[in-house]
Design a protein around this ligand. Structure first.
Ligand code: NAI
Length: 333
Protein backbone atom coordinates (compact mmCIF):
# COMPACT_ATOMS: atom_id res chain seq x y z
CA UNK A 1 0.00 0.00 0.00
CA UNK A 2 1.16 3.57 -0.64
CA UNK A 3 1.53 5.39 2.66
CA UNK A 4 2.19 9.09 3.18
CA UNK A 5 4.18 9.50 6.38
CA UNK A 6 3.99 12.95 7.99
CA UNK A 7 6.40 14.54 10.49
CA UNK A 8 9.28 12.17 9.82
CA UNK A 9 12.84 12.60 10.98
CA UNK A 10 15.78 10.52 9.74
CA UNK A 11 15.48 8.20 12.77
CA UNK A 12 11.79 7.52 11.99
CA UNK A 13 12.57 6.73 8.37
CA UNK A 14 15.24 4.19 9.24
CA UNK A 15 12.95 2.18 11.52
CA UNK A 16 9.80 2.53 9.38
CA UNK A 17 11.55 1.58 6.12
CA UNK A 18 13.06 -1.50 7.77
CA UNK A 19 9.63 -2.58 9.06
CA UNK A 20 7.86 -1.88 5.75
CA UNK A 21 10.30 -3.96 3.72
CA UNK A 22 8.86 -4.38 0.24
CA UNK A 23 5.29 -4.75 1.54
CA UNK A 24 4.43 -1.01 1.60
CA UNK A 25 5.69 2.03 -0.27
CA UNK A 26 6.38 4.79 2.24
CA UNK A 27 6.47 8.44 1.13
CA UNK A 28 8.22 10.31 3.92
CA UNK A 29 7.46 13.97 4.50
CA UNK A 30 9.06 16.30 7.01
CA UNK A 31 5.91 18.45 6.98
CA UNK A 32 3.50 18.29 9.88
CA UNK A 33 -0.02 17.17 9.03
CA UNK A 34 -2.51 20.05 9.06
CA UNK A 35 -5.44 21.20 6.92
CA UNK A 36 -2.85 22.94 4.70
CA UNK A 37 -0.69 19.84 4.16
CA UNK A 38 -3.36 17.09 4.09
CA UNK A 39 -3.45 17.28 0.28
CA UNK A 40 0.09 15.80 0.22
CA UNK A 41 -1.54 12.42 0.94
CA UNK A 42 -2.85 12.34 -2.64
CA UNK A 43 -2.48 8.85 -4.08
CA UNK A 44 -1.98 7.15 -0.70
CA UNK A 45 -4.28 4.50 0.77
CA UNK A 46 -3.07 5.26 4.29
CA UNK A 47 -1.51 8.13 6.18
CA UNK A 48 0.93 7.70 9.04
CA UNK A 49 0.88 10.50 11.64
CA UNK A 50 2.59 11.42 14.91
CA UNK A 51 1.71 13.18 18.17
CA UNK A 52 1.76 16.80 17.01
CA UNK A 53 0.03 16.19 13.69
CA UNK A 54 -3.49 17.59 13.45
CA UNK A 55 -6.10 15.04 12.44
CA UNK A 56 -9.15 17.27 12.71
CA UNK A 57 -12.42 17.41 10.74
CA UNK A 58 -10.89 19.50 7.93
CA UNK A 59 -7.95 17.10 7.49
CA UNK A 60 -10.26 14.08 7.52
CA UNK A 61 -12.61 15.67 4.96
CA UNK A 62 -9.59 16.15 2.68
CA UNK A 63 -8.53 12.52 3.23
CA UNK A 64 -12.06 11.37 2.37
CA UNK A 65 -11.87 13.37 -0.87
CA UNK A 66 -8.47 11.84 -1.67
CA UNK A 67 -9.60 8.29 -0.89
CA UNK A 68 -7.31 7.76 2.14
CA UNK A 69 -8.81 4.87 4.15
CA UNK A 70 -6.59 4.71 7.25
CA UNK A 71 -4.79 7.05 9.61
CA UNK A 72 -2.13 4.94 11.33
CA UNK A 73 -0.80 6.80 14.37
CA UNK A 74 2.79 6.13 15.41
CA UNK A 75 1.75 6.84 19.00
CA UNK A 76 -0.29 5.46 21.88
CA UNK A 77 -2.12 8.76 22.54
CA UNK A 78 -4.81 9.81 20.05
CA UNK A 79 -6.02 13.11 21.55
CA UNK A 80 -5.03 14.85 18.28
CA UNK A 81 -7.65 12.92 16.27
CA UNK A 82 -11.30 13.93 15.83
CA UNK A 83 -12.68 10.41 16.14
CA UNK A 84 -16.29 11.47 15.43
CA UNK A 85 -15.19 13.15 12.20
CA UNK A 86 -13.15 10.05 11.24
CA UNK A 87 -16.18 7.86 11.80
CA UNK A 88 -18.32 10.24 9.75
CA UNK A 89 -15.79 10.21 6.92
CA UNK A 90 -15.49 6.42 7.03
CA UNK A 91 -11.76 6.63 7.77
CA UNK A 92 -10.24 4.06 10.12
CA UNK A 93 -7.83 5.18 12.84
CA UNK A 94 -5.18 2.91 14.31
CA UNK A 95 -2.54 3.40 17.00
CA UNK A 96 0.33 1.63 18.69
CA UNK A 97 -1.13 0.88 22.10
CA UNK A 98 1.95 -0.43 23.86
CA UNK A 99 5.24 -0.08 22.04
CA UNK A 100 7.39 0.16 25.09
CA UNK A 101 5.75 1.40 28.26
CA UNK A 102 9.06 0.83 30.02
CA UNK A 103 10.70 3.51 27.83
CA UNK A 104 8.34 6.19 29.16
CA UNK A 105 8.29 4.75 32.69
CA UNK A 106 12.09 4.80 32.87
CA UNK A 107 12.22 8.37 31.51
CA UNK A 108 9.70 9.40 34.16
CA UNK A 109 11.92 8.02 36.90
CA UNK A 110 14.95 9.64 35.25
CA UNK A 111 13.21 13.02 35.63
CA UNK A 112 12.35 12.31 39.26
CA UNK A 113 15.92 11.31 40.13
CA UNK A 114 17.55 14.12 38.15
CA UNK A 115 15.34 16.74 39.79
CA UNK A 116 15.59 15.31 43.26
CA UNK A 117 19.38 15.08 43.25
CA UNK A 118 19.84 18.21 41.10
CA UNK A 119 21.77 16.25 38.48
CA UNK A 120 20.98 18.90 35.83
CA UNK A 121 22.60 21.58 37.99
CA UNK A 122 25.47 19.39 39.16
CA UNK A 123 26.38 18.57 35.55
CA UNK A 124 26.69 22.26 34.66
CA UNK A 125 28.56 23.13 37.86
CA UNK A 126 31.18 20.40 37.60
CA UNK A 127 31.91 21.34 34.00
CA UNK A 128 32.59 24.90 35.25
CA UNK A 129 34.96 23.59 37.91
CA UNK A 130 32.44 24.38 40.65
CA UNK A 131 32.35 21.50 43.10
CA UNK A 132 30.35 23.26 45.84
CA UNK A 133 27.36 21.32 47.13
CA UNK A 134 25.21 24.24 48.32
CA UNK A 135 21.80 24.04 46.68
CA UNK A 136 22.22 20.43 45.58
CA UNK A 137 20.70 18.69 48.61
CA UNK A 138 18.03 16.16 47.66
CA UNK A 139 15.91 13.68 49.57
CA UNK A 140 15.77 9.88 49.69
CA UNK A 141 13.10 8.30 47.51
CA UNK A 142 13.00 5.39 49.96
CA UNK A 143 9.95 5.77 52.19
CA UNK A 144 8.47 8.68 50.22
CA UNK A 145 4.84 8.77 49.11
CA UNK A 146 4.34 8.94 45.35
CA UNK A 147 0.95 9.50 43.70
CA UNK A 148 0.49 7.88 40.28
CA UNK A 149 -2.48 9.25 38.31
CA UNK A 150 -3.42 6.75 35.61
CA UNK A 151 -2.40 3.12 36.09
CA UNK A 152 -2.36 1.85 32.50
CA UNK A 153 0.74 0.36 30.96
CA UNK A 154 3.06 3.28 31.71
CA UNK A 155 1.65 4.07 35.15
CA UNK A 156 2.10 0.45 36.23
CA UNK A 157 5.64 0.48 34.81
CA UNK A 158 6.42 3.52 36.96
CA UNK A 159 4.90 1.85 40.04
CA UNK A 160 7.02 -1.27 39.46
CA UNK A 161 10.23 0.79 39.44
CA UNK A 162 9.21 2.96 42.41
CA UNK A 163 8.45 -0.12 44.50
CA UNK A 164 12.08 -1.09 43.96
CA UNK A 165 13.11 2.22 45.54
CA UNK A 166 10.98 1.46 48.60
CA UNK A 167 8.39 4.14 47.89
CA UNK A 168 4.83 4.08 49.18
CA UNK A 169 2.64 4.41 46.10
CA UNK A 170 -0.88 5.80 46.03
CA UNK A 171 -2.76 5.41 42.77
CA UNK A 172 -5.84 6.86 41.12
CA UNK A 173 -7.61 5.54 38.02
CA UNK A 174 -11.34 5.38 37.23
CA UNK A 175 -10.64 1.88 35.88
CA UNK A 176 -8.47 0.14 38.50
CA UNK A 177 -5.87 -2.30 37.24
CA UNK A 178 -5.30 -5.50 39.33
CA UNK A 179 -1.53 -5.25 38.68
CA UNK A 180 -1.42 -2.04 40.71
CA UNK A 181 -2.53 -3.73 43.93
CA UNK A 182 -0.39 -6.79 43.14
CA UNK A 183 2.65 -4.51 43.07
CA UNK A 184 1.72 -3.16 46.51
CA UNK A 185 0.26 0.23 45.54
CA UNK A 186 -3.02 1.46 47.01
CA UNK A 187 -5.91 3.00 45.10
CA UNK A 188 -7.30 6.13 46.76
CA UNK A 189 -9.59 8.93 45.55
CA UNK A 190 -7.76 11.61 43.54
CA UNK A 191 -8.25 14.25 46.26
CA UNK A 192 -6.61 11.95 48.81
CA UNK A 193 -3.71 11.21 46.46
CA UNK A 194 -3.08 14.91 45.78
CA UNK A 195 -3.19 15.74 49.49
CA UNK A 196 -0.78 12.98 50.56
CA UNK A 197 1.77 12.60 47.75
CA UNK A 198 5.25 14.16 47.89
CA UNK A 199 5.67 13.34 44.21
CA UNK A 200 2.73 13.34 41.77
CA UNK A 201 3.28 11.65 38.39
CA UNK A 202 0.71 11.88 35.60
CA UNK A 203 0.06 8.89 33.33
CA UNK A 204 -3.54 9.33 32.16
CA UNK A 205 -4.53 10.19 28.59
CA UNK A 206 -5.56 13.72 27.63
CA UNK A 207 -9.36 13.76 27.40
CA UNK A 208 -11.95 16.48 28.09
CA UNK A 209 -12.09 15.09 31.68
CA UNK A 210 -8.32 15.22 32.26
CA UNK A 211 -7.73 18.59 30.55
CA UNK A 212 -6.12 20.84 33.22
CA UNK A 213 -6.55 18.12 35.84
CA UNK A 214 -3.69 19.89 37.60
CA UNK A 215 -4.93 23.48 37.84
CA UNK A 216 -4.67 26.18 40.53
CA UNK A 217 -7.40 24.46 42.58
CA UNK A 218 -5.62 21.09 42.49
CA UNK A 219 -2.24 22.66 43.29
CA UNK A 220 -3.77 24.34 46.35
CA UNK A 221 -4.69 20.90 47.73
CA UNK A 222 -1.24 19.38 47.17
CA UNK A 223 1.51 19.06 49.76
CA UNK A 224 3.61 22.22 49.83
CA UNK A 225 6.81 21.69 47.84
CA UNK A 226 5.40 18.74 45.89
CA UNK A 227 7.33 17.37 42.91
CA UNK A 228 5.09 17.30 39.83
CA UNK A 229 6.02 15.09 36.88
CA UNK A 230 4.18 15.04 33.56
CA UNK A 231 5.30 12.66 30.83
CA UNK A 232 1.76 12.11 29.57
CA UNK A 233 0.26 15.01 27.60
CA UNK A 234 0.84 18.73 28.15
CA UNK A 235 -2.83 19.70 28.33
CA UNK A 236 -3.32 17.72 31.54
CA UNK A 237 -1.49 20.52 33.36
CA UNK A 238 -2.49 24.20 33.43
CA UNK A 239 1.01 25.56 32.85
CA UNK A 240 0.24 29.12 33.99
CA UNK A 241 -1.07 27.77 37.31
CA UNK A 242 2.09 25.67 37.65
CA UNK A 243 4.28 28.76 37.04
CA UNK A 244 2.41 30.52 39.87
CA UNK A 245 2.87 27.41 42.04
CA UNK A 246 6.62 27.42 41.36
CA UNK A 247 6.89 31.13 42.14
CA UNK A 248 5.28 30.80 45.56
CA UNK A 249 6.91 27.48 46.48
CA UNK A 250 3.72 25.40 46.37
CA UNK A 251 5.50 23.29 43.74
CA UNK A 252 9.04 22.34 44.74
CA UNK A 253 10.12 20.56 41.56
CA UNK A 254 8.65 20.25 38.09
CA UNK A 255 9.62 17.65 35.49
CA UNK A 256 8.00 17.83 32.06
CA UNK A 257 8.44 15.75 28.95
CA UNK A 258 5.31 17.27 27.42
CA UNK A 259 3.97 20.81 27.26
CA UNK A 260 0.59 22.25 26.35
CA UNK A 261 1.92 24.30 23.43
CA UNK A 262 4.70 21.87 22.46
CA UNK A 263 3.53 21.57 18.84
CA UNK A 264 5.26 24.88 18.03
CA UNK A 265 8.50 23.89 19.75
CA UNK A 266 9.29 20.22 20.20
CA UNK A 267 11.11 17.96 17.74
CA UNK A 268 12.77 20.97 16.02
CA UNK A 269 16.17 22.63 16.45
CA UNK A 270 15.18 26.17 17.39
CA UNK A 271 18.54 27.09 18.91
CA UNK A 272 19.00 29.93 16.39
CA UNK A 273 15.50 31.30 17.02
CA UNK A 274 13.88 33.46 19.66
CA UNK A 275 11.43 31.46 21.78
CA UNK A 276 8.22 33.48 21.53
CA UNK A 277 6.27 31.45 24.08
CA UNK A 278 6.60 33.50 27.29
CA UNK A 279 5.14 30.80 29.54
CA UNK A 280 7.67 28.24 28.29
CA UNK A 281 10.48 30.78 28.60
CA UNK A 282 9.44 31.53 32.20
CA UNK A 283 9.44 27.81 33.04
CA UNK A 284 13.04 27.57 31.88
CA UNK A 285 14.17 30.24 34.35
CA UNK A 286 13.43 28.09 37.41
CA UNK A 287 16.38 26.06 38.78
CA UNK A 288 13.96 23.37 39.98
CA UNK A 289 12.37 22.74 36.58
CA UNK A 290 13.62 20.10 34.17
CA UNK A 291 12.10 19.88 30.69
CA UNK A 292 12.77 17.31 28.00
CA UNK A 293 11.23 17.63 24.53
CA UNK A 294 8.83 14.67 24.39
CA UNK A 295 11.56 12.03 24.36
CA UNK A 296 10.00 9.54 26.76
CA UNK A 297 9.29 7.20 23.86
CA UNK A 298 12.70 7.69 22.28
CA UNK A 299 14.55 4.40 22.74
CA UNK A 300 15.74 1.99 20.05
CA UNK A 301 13.39 -0.68 21.40
CA UNK A 302 10.39 1.65 21.29
CA UNK A 303 11.13 3.01 17.79
CA UNK A 304 11.47 -0.53 16.47
CA UNK A 305 8.22 -1.63 18.13
CA UNK A 306 6.39 1.50 16.87
CA UNK A 307 7.51 0.79 13.30
CA UNK A 308 6.60 -2.93 13.46
CA UNK A 309 3.14 -2.31 14.93
CA UNK A 310 2.41 0.58 12.56
CA UNK A 311 3.21 -1.63 9.56
CA UNK A 312 1.16 -4.49 11.07
CA UNK A 313 -1.80 -2.05 11.40
CA UNK A 314 -1.44 -1.06 7.74
CA UNK A 315 -1.03 -4.65 6.52
CA UNK A 316 -4.10 -5.84 8.47
CA UNK A 317 -6.12 -2.92 7.14
CA UNK A 318 -5.07 -3.72 3.58
CA UNK A 319 -5.93 -7.41 3.97
CA UNK A 320 -9.13 -7.28 6.08
CA UNK A 321 -10.34 -3.67 6.04
CA UNK A 322 -9.61 -3.42 9.77
CA UNK A 323 -6.38 -2.38 11.49
CA UNK A 324 -4.82 -4.55 14.17
CA UNK A 325 -5.19 -1.88 16.86
CA UNK A 326 -8.14 0.32 15.82
CA UNK A 327 -9.08 3.43 17.79
CA UNK A 328 -12.82 3.89 17.95
CA UNK A 329 -15.23 6.26 19.66
CA UNK A 330 -15.45 3.66 22.48
CA UNK A 331 -11.87 4.57 23.49
CA UNK A 332 -13.10 8.04 24.39
CA UNK A 333 -15.68 6.66 26.82
P1 NAI B 1 -3.03 3.31 28.87
O1 NAI B 1 -4.24 3.47 28.01
O2 NAI B 1 -2.41 1.95 29.04
O3 NAI B 1 -3.36 3.85 30.34
C1 NAI B 1 -4.01 5.06 30.60
C2 NAI B 1 -4.71 4.90 31.94
O4 NAI B 1 -5.26 6.18 32.30
C3 NAI B 1 -5.88 3.90 31.90
O5 NAI B 1 -5.74 2.95 32.93
C4 NAI B 1 -7.09 4.78 32.11
O6 NAI B 1 -8.14 4.12 32.81
C5 NAI B 1 -6.50 5.91 32.91
N1 NAI B 1 -7.34 7.09 32.96
C6 NAI B 1 -8.28 7.51 32.08
N2 NAI B 1 -8.88 8.64 32.53
C7 NAI B 1 -8.30 8.92 33.72
C8 NAI B 1 -8.50 9.94 34.68
N3 NAI B 1 -9.43 10.89 34.51
N4 NAI B 1 -7.73 9.94 35.79
C9 NAI B 1 -6.82 8.97 35.99
N5 NAI B 1 -6.59 7.95 35.13
C10 NAI B 1 -7.32 7.94 34.00
O7 NAI B 1 -1.97 4.34 28.33
P2 NAI B 1 -0.38 4.33 28.55
O8 NAI B 1 0.27 3.54 27.48
O9 NAI B 1 -0.06 4.01 29.96
O10 NAI B 1 -0.05 5.88 28.26
C11 NAI B 1 -0.47 6.89 29.13
C12 NAI B 1 -0.29 8.21 28.43
O11 NAI B 1 1.12 8.49 28.28
C13 NAI B 1 -0.81 8.19 26.97
O12 NAI B 1 -2.16 8.48 26.91
C14 NAI B 1 0.04 9.24 26.31
O13 NAI B 1 -0.67 10.47 26.38
C15 NAI B 1 1.29 9.32 27.16
N6 NAI B 1 2.49 8.89 26.44
C16 NAI B 1 3.60 9.71 26.45
C17 NAI B 1 4.75 9.34 25.78
C18 NAI B 1 5.99 10.18 25.80
O14 NAI B 1 6.88 9.98 24.94
N7 NAI B 1 6.16 11.09 26.74
C19 NAI B 1 4.80 8.10 25.00
C20 NAI B 1 3.61 7.29 25.12
C21 NAI B 1 2.49 7.69 25.78
Amino acid sequence: MDVTVFSTKPYDRAFLDAAAGTRHRLHHLEARLSPATAVLAKGAGAVCAFVNDTVDAAVLAEFQRLGVGLVALRSAGFNNVDLAAAKGAGIAVARVPAYSPEAVAEHTVALILALNRNIHRAYARVREGNFALEGLMGFNLHGRTVGVVGTGRIGVGVIRILMGFGCRVLAFDPFPNPETAALGATYVPLAELLAAAEIVSLHCPLTPETHHLVDAGAIATMKRGVMLINTSRGGIVDTRAVVDGLKDGAIGHLGLDVYEEEADLFFEDLSDHVIRDDVFARLQTFPNVLITGHQGFFTAEALSAIAETTMANITAFEETGEALHPVTMAHRA
